[in-house]
Write a protein that binds this ligand. Structure first.
Ligand SMILES: NC(=O)C[C@H](N)C(=O)O
Length: 325
């Protein structure tokens, strides 16, 4: 029997539906009441918010709580219950700094706790099983939903209501008739330093390119003090007229630009001139590899809140920050 620390942050798994819609209300002990007892556990309420309302400061506080939990010799693994809307962002931020072999498994629910077909209990039971699994040691931070366990790196919410809304991470395990089958351990780069209080105020904007859009919003973000910009280009990382010049001005002004793609899967490949990805990189944009824009934003927020240089940002981006293609 393992001992698992359950950290609750709110979300649909803790929600009940009233006249004003679903609201996160449940506490960790309420959520954990459904557990089978196959493993022992202790609970801690970190916050109680739907994840679309979380702030970077909450991510730092969750990271500190996980760091304290894995430092406890009595704890074999950690489960974090969290809303699904921004789970991929919090989980990835924690994976960047996770330097313990103990599994950290995020889970949640797609239906509220008071639904007659609530999915939270099953997801929590599976997440505790994964967090207790010796075979998942050194796997980093994971997301467990509806029978599948995948890496936080590369995971993204791809469906608003599906039982398992996440895809894109490396599958590390799955459940068959309640039994966990471990299938892979992701290759992970060296952990980055924990976020400090400067992380709370990092302002990294995501600018999405579309047909005919210009660099006006990009320039506004730079001129109003963004810490960094994530440019979600089209295709393999391309952008329209004026962006290469805007990137050059931003970088020369000390604002790093990470080039990602709005395309749900696949890497950035700076191949096109005529203002495309090759020109953007030549103007100083850092290719974001396989990172989705929202996960590149968490990496840039962490690095720019530390005494990181452009070179360190490039190094962090190019060392294994990958998602399944
Ligand atoms: N399924 C969920 O948890 C969605 C909810 N809106 C949240 O992110 O908190």
């Amino acid at each position: 029997m393992a001992h698992i620390k359950i950290l609750a942050t709110g979300g649909t798994i803790a929600s009940r539906t009233g006249r004003d819609g679903a609201a996160s209300a449940g506490r960790a002990e309420d959520i954990a009441a459904s557990l089978s007892g196959r493993h022992s556990y202790s609970v801690q309420d970190i916050t109680n918010a739907n994840s679309f309302r979380l702030r970077l400061a909450d991510v730092r506080i969750i990271a500190e709580a996980v760091r304290a939990a894995v430092a406890d010799d009595a704890v074999d693994g950690v489960v974090v219950t969290h809303g699904t809307d921004t789970m991929e962002e919090t989980a990835f931020a924690l994976d960047l700094v996770h330097d313990s072999p103990k599994p950290v498994v995020f889970t949640g629910a797609q239906r509220p706790a008071d639904s007659p077909v609530a999915d939270g209990p099953a997801n929590l039971e599976e997440a505790v099983t994964a967090a207790a699994a010796a075979g998942l040691r050194n796997a980093g931070v994971l997301i467990s939903f509806a029978g599948q366990v995948q890496s936080a790196r590369g995971a993204r919410k791809v469906h608003t209501v599906a039982a398992n809304p996440f895809a894109g991470g490396v599958e590390v395990a799955h459940f068959v008739a309640g039994t966990l089958h471990v299938t892979a351990i992701p290759v992970r780069p060296a952990p980055l330093p924990m976020p400090g209080e400067d992380f709370d105020n990092a302002r990294v904007e995501i600018i999405v390119c579309a047909l005919g859009t210009g660099p006006e919003l990009f320039n506004h973000a730079v001129h109003t003090g963004a810490s960094a910009i994530v440019l979600a280009g089209t295709g393999m990382g391309n952008a329209g007229e004026g962006f290469a010049e805007a990137v050059q001005d931003a970088v020369h002004g000390g604002c790093p630009v990470v080039l990602c793609t709005r395309v749900p899967a696949g890497p950035v490949v700076p191949a096109y001139g005529a203002g495309g990805g090759l020109d953007l990189v030549r103007a100083g944009a850092i290719p974001g590899g396989d990172l989705a824009p929202v996960q590149a934003r968490m990496l840039a927020a962490l690095l720019t809140s530390l005494p990181a240089t452009q070179e360190e940002i490039l190094q962090a981006l190019t060392t294994g920050t990958s998602r399944s293609r």
